[in-house]
Design a protein around this ligand. Structure first.
Ligand code: GLY
Length: 351
C-alpha cells in the first residue's frame, strides 16, 4: 500500500513507522519541521491520572491501552533510532493545599501525608498532603520527535518538510492525491494528522488551544517526580524543570507573553520557593488540537480512504503508541473504529 501522511507530529510519525514496519510505502508531508509542532511543545507527561479524571470510558480505555504500550514502544524506538527519549517512570505527586483537597483526592489512590511529601521533595513548601501515583511516566517529547523521525527514515519512509498540503484531490468518495505548493502526491490511503492545523484542510472541527510553558534551570542534584498543584504542573527533565501550562483560545497566535511567564513562575514559586532563584532557560508556546467534545478524532473521514488522527488535545504524547497501532490497522483495512472517536460524528456540524 502507498500511504501519504499529512503532518509529522508524534501521531503521523508513529503511524508512519508502524506502516513501514508492515511493508507499506509512506510519504509524510509536513508544513514545517518534523516533530516541531505540539510534539515539541509538550511537557511529555503520560498523565493518565491527572489528565483523565473526567474522561469518558472510551478515552480512559485509550489512555490505559497507550500507557501499557509505552514501555515497549519506548524501548523499541530507542533501539530503532539508536537514541534516548527520556522515558522515565518516577511517578506523579498531585498536591493538596488543604484538608478538603486531600479528601477529594482520596478516592483516586494512595495518599501521602505532609511529612511523607516533604521527604519525597524536600524543597516543596508545606502542603496538606498529596496523591502519589508511583508508576506514572514522562518522556522527553523533543527527543521523541527526533527519534521517531530517525526511525521513519531508517525504515525507508520519506519525510518532506516545509510542504504544507493545500488541497486534496478526490474522485467520488475517495481521495486520490494531495497537493502542496511543490507537488502532487498520489496514494491508496491518506492520514490527516496535522494537529491544530487539521481543520484548515478538511471540514474537521479541530481548533488550536494555545499553551505557554517555561523551563527553569535546576540546581545540581535536584530530583523530583512530576508535580501537579496550584493549577500548574512541573516536570523535571535533565537539568531543567518544565512548568506549564496555560490554556488559551488564541487562534494560531503563538506569541510568548510576560503574563504567562510570570503566572507560571509565580505558581511554581508558591510550590517550591527556591524556584525564584532558578534561571529562566526558555519560554515557548504550542497549539493543542482540540475538538468540540474534547475527544480525539481517530478513524475515517467523509472520504473512505482519508483517515484522521487529530483532536488529541492534552494527551497527544500519551496516546501516541495506541493511535499509531489503531491508525495503521485502519489504513490497511483492518481493525475496528471506536464510535466515540469516529471523526464522522461531526459531519454536518461544520459549515
Ligand atoms: N498535557 C499537558 C498540557 O496539555 O498542558
Amino acid at each position: 500500500m502507498r500511504a501519504v501522511i499529512i503532518g509529522a507530529g508524534v501521531a503521523g510519525l508513529a503511524t508512519a513507522w508502524r506502516l513501514l514496519q508492515a511493508g507499506d510505502s509512506v510519504t509524510i508531508l509536513e508544513r514545517a519541521q518534523p516533530g516541531h509542532g505540539a510534539t515539541w511543545a509538550a511537557a511529555g507527561m503520560l498523565a493518565v491520572t491527572a489528565e483523565l479524571e473526567d474522561a469518558v470510558e472510551a478515552e480512559r480505555q485509550l489512555a490505559l491501552e497507550a500507557d501499557g504500550l509505552w514501555p515497549g514502544f519506548a524501548a523499541e524506538l530507542e533501539a530503532a533510532a539508536d537514541a534516548k527519549i527520556g522515558y522515565c517512570r518516577d511517578g506523579t505527586l498531585m498536591l493538596a493545599a488543604d484538608a478538603a483537597e486531600l479528601e477529594a483526592l482520596r478516592p483516586r489512590g494512595r495518599l501521602l501525608d505532609a511529612a511523607a511529601v516533604a521527604v519525597r521533595v524536600p524543597l516543596l513548601a508545606p502542603v496538606a498532603g498529596a496523591l502519589w501515583v508511583p508508576g506514572e511516566a514522562h518522556v522527553d517529547s523533543r527527543a521523541l520527535g527526533a527519534a521517531l523521525t530517525v526511525a521513519v527514515l531508517k525504515a525507508g519512509g520519506t519525510i518532506l518538510p516545509n510542504e504544507a498540503v493545500v488541497t486534496i484531490d478526490r474522485r467520488e468518495d475517495r481521495a486520490v492525491a494531495v497537493r502542496t505548493g511543490f507537488g502532487r502526491y498520489e496514494a491508496d490511503s491518506f492520514l490527516l494528522a496535522a494537529g491544530a492545523w487539521s481543520g484548515l484542510l478538511e471540514n474537521i472541527p479541530v481548533t488550536p488551544a494555545k499553551g505557554e510553558m517555561i523551563a527553569l534551570a535546576t540546581p545540581p542534584g535536584f530530583q523530583a517526580p512530576v508535580i501537579w498543584g496550584g493549577g500548574i504542573y512541573m516536570v523535571p527533565m535533565k537539568d531543567r524543570l518544565l512548568v506549564g501550562a496555560t490554556v488559551q483560545d488564541a487562534g494560531f497566535d503563538t506569541t510568548l507573553t510576560r503574563a504567562a511567564r510570570d503566572h507560571l513562575r509565580g505558581r511554581a514559586a508558591a510550590l517550591i520557593p527556591a524556584v525564584r532563584d532558578w534561571p529562566l532557560l526558555e519560554q515557548w508556546a504550542g497549539l493543542r488540537p482540540k475538538s468540540p467534545d474534547g475527544l480525539p478524532l481517530l478513524g475515517p473521514s467523509h472520504l473512505s480512504n482519508l483517515f484522521v488522527a487529530s483532536g488529541q488535545y492534552r494527551n497527544g504524547i500519551l496516546f501516541a503508541p495506541a493511535i499509531a497501532a489503531m491508525m495503521a490497522r485502519l489504513m490497511r483495512g483492518e481493525g475496528a473504529i471506536i464510535p466515540d472517536f469516529d471523526p464522522r460524528r461531526f459531519i454536518g456540524s461544520v459549515a
